[in-house]
Design a protein. Sequence first.
Length: 314
Amino acid sequence: MLSIVVPCYNEEESIPLFYAEMEKVQQLVEDEFEYIFVNDGSKDNTLNILRELAQQDHKVRYISFSRNFGKEAGLLAGLEATRGQLVTVMDADLQDPPELLPQMIAMLAADPDLDCVGTRRADREGEPAIRSFFARMFYKIINKIGQAEMVDGARDFRLMTRQMVDAILELREYNRFSKGLFSWVGFKTEYLSYENRERVAGDTSWSFWSLLNYSIDGIINFSDMPLNIASFMGFFSCLGSGIAMLIIIFRTFFYGDPTSGWPSMVSIFLFVGGLQLMSLGIIGKYIGKIFLETKNRPVYIVKETEEKVRVEEE
C-alpha cells in the first residue's frame, strides 16, 4: 500500500483536481492507494469536500483539526495515520507532479539500499525574484552552519519507506521543521528534478514574511551558530571599546587633547545597545523554543476524522 499524505488549508478548488490526477496515476502502478488528507483548520469548503470524497471512496481518509495548527502539524498527523509500506507527502495544489510517482516507486524497487526518493525544483521560474534570492541564501546559510544538509529547491514531496517514516515519527519535538528532520534522520536519498509549476487553483497561504519566519525557525532548530555569533559580537565589541578607551587615555595624557564630541559618544552607545538587543533577541528565540517544548502541549488537536462520516452512513 502507498499512503499519500496531503496537508490542506483552504484548498476547496484544488482537492477535486488533485484527486482526479492521482486516480489516473494509480492505474499506472500496482500499489494500492490510501489518501490521508489533513484539514488544517480551513475557513472555506475544504472539510465538506473531504467528507464527500470519503463517502464516495473508502481509500480516502481525512483528519480535521480543531483550528489551524500549521503545515508541520499537518505533516505529523498525516504521517502518524499512515499504514502503507511506502509513504509520500504531497501538496494538493499540484505543484508536486503526480506523474513522477511511478518513476519514484520504480527507483525504490530497483535499489534495495534506497530509502527515499525526493524531488527538487530545477528552477524557480514564476517565483518573485526577492523570494528566490532569500530562498537560495537560506540554503547556503543552513548548509554552512546546520547539523543536516538540505538540498536547494527540495520539496516536501518525497517517497519514503516505512522504516524512514518510523524514524521521523520517533522525533517528538514540538518545534518541527520537516525539511531538516527528513535530512537529519539520514537514510539513503536520491532526488528527481522537475521544472517549477504554478498552482492549479486557489491562492498560496505562504506570504514572504511567513516563509522568512519559517526559515528562521529552521535555522534555530538545526543550528546553535546564532548563539555563537552573538557571543563573538559581544566579545569583539568589548575588545574594540577597550582599545578605544586606551587610545583616548593615551591621547589625553600625552597630547593634552580633551575628549570632545557628544554625537560620537551617542553613536557608540546606540551601536553597543543595538548589539546587546540583537544578542538578547537571538537568545530569546532559543529560550522561547525551550519554553514551548517544556509545556508539552500536543502538536495538534483532532476534531473529526472520516470515521464520523462512515458511521453516519451505516
